[in-house]
Design a protein. Structure first.
Lengths: 299, 278, 429
């Protein structure tokens, strides 16, 4: 169809020029600039001292708090991947069954993702604080007073609270996407399976799951991305609670603030970036394999 | 009869589950609105748990008479609108090329965008700010371009996968009719991706509307600040006025909820049409 | 390519539209000041107006929120080279030294010394120390005075007199030792069903001030400074004793719930509403308490001492200081303005309007009533900016986080001492 002349290829290339220019200026340049800074020490106001890979040595081998923040990030991501997405999946399955109220639920469940991280953080802080303890009072009123707890700074609760607030804010996205995926599965497939005598569980594992694979893999990637970038919500919610709820991006932000640790902050940024790239490519790879394995593609 | 009862029980359980989750979503939202309607003394007695008795709108008045906040509000609308428009055009052009056209290093460049989507800019906004200064772009243009960049990768990815699912027949027909590539993109590609564009619009509008760190770092003029900065300002006054803060939060949430409600049909359609099938 | 040009036109038009409000030309007669003092905003704006009336020079105070972002903003502006005429630096002394070394802020000593040092001598010396560098300092900055303080602050304990009376404790004798302090707090806590002690320990620097004061009281300033210079480890017995004070506070049950997650504003709010017997706060809080609850009956007192071996020092001297942009064409005008704002009349106005301690010596009746005795504590104040060394910010981070965890009951004093020392060794290479 298309003739592959030089001119033609150039005009094709020109389609991506605007994107490429913006990307190169606003992403690649800052990226390499940060990488260069990660080899230095100092505040960037007066001259900085070249320290080679020293910062990397610190971040990778010595800085326990950094790995603790990585653990916190991973924990929240894990809960988001499992709890949040299972909840979203269950809700989507449920809503898919109800035809009439479908739209209302779509709207209601999507209210939270629409609000900004700061709003959610401040709101939940006001509600969860021990003083006045709005949430604890509610628990008491519905007879669950025994569960009242120090939600924002307990050793066991702080991180869990943060993760749950995050999941609660984020499930709307997963819900909308999974529901959309469910609605693309043709009803005839289920009909045919029913005639073949398949029970609900079989239909779920042999039709729903395989056909939803691409959607689920997108949800997984979006979840990982969304979770690893969260920090204003946590800042508003707990202020880090003595490191208990500190996540990598928040730590980077804190190190940038004083100005003296900019080189180290860049190092942390690069380390985090590399880890995230690895995780995301593994996710992409797995989802590709899964789709190959099931052999069903919607397009 | 047996099946009927079973079905009713099933629906009952189902709706209880759905409604309880829905309540947990609207609950805090209602608490926010309720608090915003209370007076400060009412709030310190009941912490927003009782119904606002006076239905007092003075908090909203206080927020709305602040001229500065109106400027911020209009700025936010403006940034959101321009950024989203730019993203829509730039990303759909690129996505079309990645999906349909052939040029050198196509896969490498696409992979690059994909990678960028995965990782937040290391060390955040400081390099961007220094760069904008060098370019003399510490103004609306710089902010819009930086924000455009933030949404670009994911949008290209979403649109490209959507283009991949579309049949090529229409485009071939247009080609035979003598349209060039750009005309094909404009007349055929863009309209066909409308549902996917709805997803891109909602996603990016949310991002831009809620952004605040870059804006407060780079802007010095009140005339340029977006609404989120104004919210921070109200929250950081030396006395916390809970009810006032809640009124401001409510006002800030309204436009984006309206946008979502307006786009919802398209948005859901976009998702359903396979916009997000990776 | 007609369509292509259409798109380009669209983009160009929108860009033009966007840049419609471009940069205004620089005004020779206008000074721009960046600040973070939200509670003093109105008073500063009024002063700016007055200045314009008197001299015809326009002054614009620009307020930025929150202080976190403000601090980053100033540093980013310095890197990018577009600082305003006047600004404050919210960072440790080493960073101020960097500003000096990079030529961003001029040495004001010649101006201070002019006229037989009239300007310089008007200040409380402690306030100038905070923005000065001595000869041969370890920060690598040339000696001089690099900022103009516009007020002073001292960290103090506050107590609620009304709650004291209710429990039958003499409201004019605040506790002097830590045991007394804990006892009083506990008695009041039980009598009035309030919290014993609240503080904004979610903002870790509030913890840092207190631990510094107690450390100096327990081991003396000399030994404390030796720790910072690396001669004494944080695992020293006396340091563990200091850390265990926070364990003691926790065990005594006087701490407000969520104390390590509280913003200072939140703790001010609860103290002002009479929900806590004691708090620890800066002298600026007078303004806040007055706005929150004008009838609050309270008073200040310095640190409840742990030991009698060494004198009590309080964190203070450093208030808000402004620096001048050395590269601004309006440098001289900026310095004149700062001279004006630190003159008697303006300082009286600020002290009265904002209830803060002035930077210059005023007679006692010109000070805010609540602070007339507090000013005496300025003589025993100390501040990181006057120490020969600054602790590395990573050690401070570890210290603050460690203390938060002690207060939460997650770690013991020994554990955090070990951890802080580990970081200390790591960064002092």
């Amino acid at each position: 169809m298309t003739e592959y002349t030089t001119n033609n290829r150039f005009s094709s290339f020109s389609f991506i020029i605007p994107a490429l220019v913006i990307f190169a200026v606003f992403y690649l340049y800052p990226f390499f600039y940060s990488f260069a800074l990660s080899l230095y020490e100092g505040d960037g106001i007066s001259t900085m001292r070249f320290v080679g890979l020293n910062n990397y040595k610190t971040a990778l081998c010595l800085d326990r708090e950094w790995w603790r923040s990585m653990y916190n990030g991973a924990f929240i991501t894990f809960l988001a991947l499992t709890l949040q997405n299972i909840l979203a999946f269950a809700l989507a399955l449920g809503v898919n069954k109800t035809v009439r109220t479908n739209k209302i639920y779509c709207t209601v469940f999507f209210i939270l993702p629409v609000l900004s991280e700061i709003i959610i953080g401040l709101l939940m802080r006001e509600i969860l604080k021990s003083d006045p303890g709005v949430f604890n009072q509610i628990l008491g009123k519905i007879g669950l007073g025994g569960f009242a707890s120090n939600w924002l700074e307990g050793e066991k609760t702080a991180l869990l609270t943060t993760a749950l607030v995050h999941c609660w804010r984020g499930f709307g996205w997963a819900f909308v996407i999974i529901l959309a995926g469910l609605q693309t599965i043709p009803e005839q497939l289920y009909e045919a399976a029913r005639i073949d005598g398949a029970n609900a569980w079989h239909k779920f594992t042999k039709i729903t799951i395989p056909l939803l694979m691409p959607v689920l893999s997108l949800v997984f990637i979006l979840t990982i991305l969304g979770t690893m970038q969260v920090f204003t919500m946590i800042l508003a919610l707990t202020r880090g609670a003595g490191g208990l709820t500190e996540v990598p991006v928040m730590r980077i932000y804190n190190h940038l603030r004083g100005g003296r640790l900019i080189g180290y902050a860049c190092t942390e940024g690069v380390v985090l970036g590399v880890i995230l790239i690895a995780v995301s490519f593994v996710t992409l790879y797995i989802s590709k394999q899964m789709r190959k394995h099931y052999g069903v593609l919607p397009n | 009869m047996y099946y009927q009862t079973k079905k009713i029980i099933f629906l009952l359980v189902l709706h209880t589950f759905l409604i309880s989750v829905a309540l947990s979503c609207i609950g805090p939202f209602i608490w926010m609105i309720n608090t915003s309607l209370q007076t400060e003394t009412e709030f310190s007695d009941s912490h927003g748990l009782k119904r606002a008795e006076s239905f007092n709108l003075s908090n909203y008045k206080k927020v709305l008479v602040d001229k500065k906040l109106w400027v911020y509000f209009l700025n936010s609308l403006f940034y959101t609108f321009i950024t989203v428009t730019l993203i829509v055009f730039i990303s759909s052009l690129a996505a079309y090329a990645f999906s349909r056209l052939d040029f050198p290093f196509k896969n490498t460049i696409f992979l690059m965008f994909l990678t960028a989507m995965m990782i937040p800019l290391p060390a955040g906004f400081v390099p961007v700010y220094v760069l904008l200064n060098k370019l003399g772009l510490v103004n609306r243009v710089g902010y819009v371009l930086a924000m455009t960049n933030m949404g670009l990768s994911l949008s290209i990815y979403l649109l490209k996968t959507f283009f991949d699912t579309l049949p090529r027949d229409l485009e071939d027909a247009a080609h035979i009719d003598g349209c060039n590539k750009l005309q094909i993109w404009w007349n055929v590609g863009l309209p066909l991706t409308a549902p996917a564009l709805a997803v891109v619009i909602v996603f990016n509008a949310l991002n831009v509307w809620n952004e605040f760190v870059l804006a407060s770092l780079m802007f010095t003029e009140d005339a340029l600040m977006p609404l989120q900065v104004g919210l921070m300002e109200i929250y950081n006054r030396n006395i916390i006025q809970h009810t006032l803060v809640m009124a401001a939060l409510t006002i800030a949430a309204v436009p984006i909820i309206i946008l979502y409600l307006r786009m919802q049909k398209q948005f859901i359609k976009g998702l359903t049409a396979g916009a997000v099938f990776g | 390519m007609r369509f292509y040009s259409k798109i380009i036109c669209l983009i160009v038009v929108s860009v033009l539209f966007v840049s419609g409000c471009g940069k205004k030309p620089e005004q020779q007669n206008k000074l721009v000041v960046w600040h973070w003092l939200n509670d003093r905003k109105d008073a500063l704006d009024q002063l700016a107006e007055k200045y314009t009336e008197q001299t015809g020079i326009e002054v614009e105070f620009k307020l930025f929120f929150p202080p976190d972002i403000y601090a980053q903003k100033v540093i980013a502006a310095a890197r990018a080279g577009n600082l305003p005429d006047i600004f404050g630096i919210l960072a440790e002394k080493l960073t101020i030294a960097s500003f000096v070394q990079a030529g961003h802020i001029p040495n004001l000593l010649p101006y201070m010394n002019a006229d037989y040092g009239r300007w310089k001598n008007s200040f409380y010396p402690q306030t100038l120390d905070v923005v000065s560098f001595q000869e041969n300092n370890t920060y690598g900055a040339p000696a001089g005075i690099y900022g103009v303080p516009i007020d002073t602050a001292i960290m103090q304990f506050v107590y609620n007199k009304a709650l004291f009376k209710k429990s039958g404790i003499d409201p004019d004798t605040p506790p002097t030792t830590i045991n007394e302090f804990i006892n009083y707090a506990n008695v009041i806590r039980k009598d009035s069903h309030v919290y014993g002690f609240t503080c904004g320990w979610g903002e870790s620097w509030m913890l840092n001030c207190l631990v510094t004061e107690w450390a100096i009281n327990v081991m003396g300033e000399e030994k404390f400074l030796k720790t910072i210079s690396g001669e004494i480890p944080y695992t020293d017995e006396e340091w563990i004793e200091v850390f265990s004070l926070f364990e003691k506070l926790r065990r005594s049950g006087i701490l407000a719930p969520n104390v390590t997650a509280l913003y200072n504003k939140e703790s001010e709010d609860s103290f002002a509403r009479g929900k806590a017997a004691f708090s620890f706060n800066g002298s600026w809080s007078v303004n806040v308490y007055r706005q929150l609850n004008p009838s609050l009956d309270y008073a200040f007192f310095p640190l409840p001492a742990v030991s009698t071996k060494h004198p009590v020092k309080v964190w203070g001297g450093g208030g808000s200081s402004f620096m001048v942009n050395a590269k601004s064409p309006r440098k001289e005008k900026a310095i004149n303005f700062l001279k004006w704002i630190t003159a008697q009349q303006q300082q009286k106005f600020l002290a009265k309007e904002t209830n803060n301690l002035p930077a210059i010596r005023l007679s006692k009746e010109d000070l805010p009533e609540m602070l007339q005795t507090t000013i005496d504590d300025l003589g025993k104040s100390t501040h990181p900016n006057v120490w020969p060394h600054n602790e590395d910010s990573r050690v401070i981070e570890a210290l603050n986080k460690g203390l938060q965890q002690v207060v939460m009951g997650i770690k013991t004093a020994q554990q955090i001492a070990k951890e802080i020392q580990e970081v200390n060794i790591r960064v002092s290479k």
